[in-house]
Design a protein around this ligand. Structure first.
Ligand code: CU
Length: 371
């Protein structure tokens, strides 16, 4: 289909009207279709069998516990009801993909998408804007802006099912009027004023954001999903450059965790490298996966690894891409002192595999005490 370039509206009377094709602007519709593609990609991720999205949902939800204000209670609640929440997310994702791509119920989709983004944002408030800010909710402020732009710009007035339906109804009403048949008044045949809708949109987002924040504080921590007797522990590590010598450094390098389920978060501020020799297969974690910026992976690309976190005696191999947040869950059965190593060639000398900080305690190796 050939689309004529968008005509510049000659009047300044607000969004283009349904019945004035000369005033249609296609830019806003292209933005809408673009958002539809993003949601379609999310849907592909959910449906791809290799991602085990439904099976991993509980672990993924629980891994957000440590970065949630008000404690991990809400994350644990979602993890404990993973079947319900994984389907809700899958259904919302499907609806948003279809609605935005086809331009069917465009405004409702803006509201649903906005509320969804507000809820996700609220669960990660505080870590969303922190550099590298790489959780998968990092882009939701942008989504909210796009939805607001779609509402204000009157998306769905061209290239869309909404437009096709409203034109069909307008024609039928005109037809009836011509033949003297009374035209029934229906609320939805007269488009809601966009400013009026924008008020609902803004209110919906504020309410969703505040309710989620409130729930995070209100829902008490109950421990990990499905087990009331054991508890889950969290360990947060960062990789930063030492201000004195410039070497990358895990902090803390020596730490103690209890036996049982431990959720690790590595925030890696170091830059990426192309490590063509990287084994890059996660192992020793629950389900053999790690989450990189919110996406569960078993095999990682070798092009952006900065460091690794390996505990050979536990068979644990986790890869940490640069400028990213890595989460993984381990079930630690036996107490003891376990030495961990970074195996990525991050040495600063001639041989990056053997020069400091590689193998230097307090930088790229240390002791994890379990018990
Ligand atoms: Cu390293």
């Amino acid at each position: 289909m050939v689309v004529e370039p968008a005509a510049v509206p000659s009047s300044s009377e607000g969004p283009p009207s349904v019945d004035s094709p000369h005033h249609r602007t296609y830019g806003i519709e292209i933005l809408r279709i673009g958002v539809g593609f993003i949601w379609a990609l999310n849907l592909v991720y959910i449906l791809a069998p290799g991602n085990h999205w439904f099976a991993n949902f509980a672990t993924t939800a629980q891994s957000y516990g440590p970065t949630t204000v008000g404690g991990p209670g809400l994350a644990e609640y979602v993890a404990a009801h993973a079947a319900v929440f994984s389907w809700v997310v899958a259904i919302v994702t499907t609806y948003l993909a279809v609605a935005f791509l086809l331009g069917a119920t465009t405004r409702l989709a803006c509201l649903v998408g906005g509320v969804f983004s507000a809820v996700l944002l609220a669960t990660q408030v505080g870590s969303t804007f922190s550099f590298p800010g790489g959780t998968d909710v990092g882009e939701h402020p942008l989504y909210l802006l796009i939805y607001a732009a779609l509402v204000v710009g009157g998306a769905g007035r061209a290239l869309s099912v909404d437009h096709w339906l409203s034109s069909a109804w307008a024609r039928q009403r005109a037809d009836r009027a011509r033949h003297g048949i009374p035209v029934p008044r229906r609320a939805w045949t007269a488009p809601l004023d966009y400013r009026f809708f924008l008020a609902y949109f803004a209110a919906g987002i504020l309410i969703a954001f505040s309710v989620t924040l409130g729930l995070m504080v209100a829902v008490p921590s109950t421990g990990p999903a499905g087990g009331a007797t054991s508890s889950v522990a969290y360990e947060n590590l960062t990789v930063t450059l030492n201000p004195v010598n410039g070497w990358p450094q895990f902090a803390p390098a020596n730490f103690t965790v209890p036996t049982g389920r431990v959720i690790f978060t590595i925030t890696d501020y170091d830059s990426v490298m192309n490590w063509s020799q990287c084994p890059c297969v996660t192992s020793g974690t629950v389900n053999g996966i790690e989450s990189v910026n919110g996406t569960n992976l078993h095999v990682l690309p070798s092009t952006n690894i900065a460091h690794t976190f390996n505990v050979p005696s536990l068979g644990l191999e986790v890869y940490s891409p640069g400028q990213s947040i890595v989460r993984f869950t381990v079930d630690l059965v036996n107490p003891g002192a376990f030495q961990w190593f970074c195996l990525a060639p991050c040495g600063t000398g001639a041989n990056p595999y053997s020069t400091p900080p590689m193998g230097t305690p307090g930088y790229m190796t240390g002791t994890m005490t379990v018990g």
